[in-house]
Design a protein around this ligand. Structure first.
Ligand SMILES: Cc1cc2nc3c(=O)[nH]c(=O)nc-3n(C[C@H](O)[C@H](O)[C@H](O)COP(=O)(O)O)c2cc1C
Ligand SMILES: [Fe+2]
Ligand SMILES: [Fe+2]
Length: 394
């Protein structure tokens, strides 16, 4: 894709990555990802917003090569955006690097650019002029790192939001949402948010509050489409996710070595379906991608976790999932736990209880059974499902 003017004086110079298998070496990229970068051509000066991951620098540099860049604005220092800073800095020795003090420390550490005269340090509300356009900086710490900031152009009502409002999925020709089918990006937004930004809901809400009175015609994130037509939808999804508000749906995540816990999971799902739930998603923790499990658990209101007991602990893939939930400080869920054991009565229940207490996520119901399912345990599974149903409908 060539550089193109997407908004008056704003040129898209980002790149697509359809090669990286896992983002941050963890999160699958079935549809790729874009690293977005933009050039703003003012009447007096030109600014480049963020760069791209170093693996894609050879595609990137020719897009910006023809321009004289006066300022490089660094909104976020994660290497998917900062990786090419050293190359760009080499190409434009006169260029000033505009960033906040925390980012400057990171640039010195990550990029070995230590000459203070190269930096223009900005604080919340500071502005620089490009002539007919002004750039204003809003500090938005922890969306997604401590140095994260956003850059706003008042006369174009356009914000460069870093990872905020970003999504997985490479761009397939178009850049603006109005130029494309956006369904894929909205589906991927849940996975992107919950996997990458999930822990920082409070910071996301703080950033939204800070931007409350800022008029937005265009949002230019670092990943995925530029939002224009669908700005309200994107802000609303971000607000919901940032506030840990859920949609209606039941997610069952279970781990089982020999099928006993599986059988209970199927039984519970069947009862919940008979009680009226149509939206039930079951993940076998040993097979499903962690990325999808986190995304579904984040999105829906009821989380049921099942595990066989394994050396007095929960089955390792289930334990890993619960750790991911804890890392993201998951809230506002109807939560239940179940599982099978052979000799350690109550071991799984204790683990679920500890998790529930640490996360202040009430344990709506729990049940475990010795060995295989039989008529008695089938009845317990039914009661468990009914207790969950009652708790979530309270
Ligand atoms: C490697 C291994 C470790 C186990 N550790 C325990 C344990 O510490 N406590 C216990 O009660 N059962 C333990 N069990 C027994 C299983 O929890 C039990 O067989 C259960 O029914 C398995 O459920 P599943 O069919 O869903 O895999 C262990 C089984 C295996 C294979
Ligand atoms: Fe990031
Ligand atoms: Fe990013």
């Amino acid at each position: 894709m060539n550089a193109r003017e997407i908004i008056k004086d704003i040129h898209y110079v980002g790149v697509n990555d359809r090669v990286t298998v896992k983002f941050e070496e963890q999160w699958p990229l079935p549809y790729g990802v874009s690293y977005n970068s933009y050039i703003i051509k003012g009447s007096e000066a030109t600014a480049l917003i963020d760069t791209v991951k170093i693996d894609t620098v050879n595609t990137y540099l020719p897009k910006i090569g023809g321009e004289k860049i006066d300022y490089l604005i660094v909104n976020h220092m994660e290497p998917d955006h900062s990786g090419s800073i050293p190359e760009v800095a080499k190409l434009y020795p006169e260029m000033k690097i505009v960033c906040n003090a925390i980012a400057a420390g990171m640039i010195k550490g990550f990029c070995h650019i230590t000459d203070d005269s190269r930096f223009l340090i900005v604080k919340d509300g500071d502005e620089i002029s490009l002539g007919n356009h002004t750039l204003r900086f809003y500090m938005t710490p922890m969306v997604h790192w401590p140095e994260t900031m956003m850059t706003y152009i008042p006369d174009l009502k356009t914000i460069f939001s870093g990872d905020g409002f970003g999504t997985f999925g490479a761009l397939n020709g178009g850049v603006l949402d109005s130029e494309m089918e956006t369904g894929l990006y909205f589906r991927e937004m849940y996975r992107y948010y919950s996997n990458i930004v999930g822990k920082y809901g409070r910071s996301v809400i703080n950033a939204l509050n800070k931007l409350k009175d800022v008029e937005l015609n265009y949002i230019c994130p670092t990943h995925g489409p530029v939002w224009h037509d669908k700005i309200n939808d994107v802000i609303e999804i971000t607000r919901r996710l940032g506030s840990y508000e859920s949609e209606r749906g039941i997610v069952i995540i279970y781990g089982s070595m020999y099928g006993n816990t599986t059988e209970a999971a199927e039984e519970i799902a069947s009862h919940l379906n008979r009680l009226g739930e149509k939206n039930i998603i079951i993940h076998n923790a040993a097979h499903s991608e962690m990325s999808d499990m986190i995304s579904d658990a984040f999105r829906y209101d009821t989380l049921i976790v099942g595990s066989c007991v394994y050396s007095m602990r929960l089955f390792p893939p289930v334990e890993a999932f619960l750790t991911a939930m804890e890392t993201r400080e998951i809230k506002n869920k109807t939560f239940g736990g179940f599982g099978s054991f052979s000799w350690a009565t109550g071991a799984a229940e204790n683990k679920f209880k500890e998790f529930s207490e640490r996360l202040k996520l009430p344990l709506a119901a729990t049940f475990s059974f010795k060995h295989a399912m039989h008529d008695g345990t089938a009845k317990d599974a039914k009661e468990f499902a009914e207790q969950i149903w009652e708790a979530r409908n309270k």
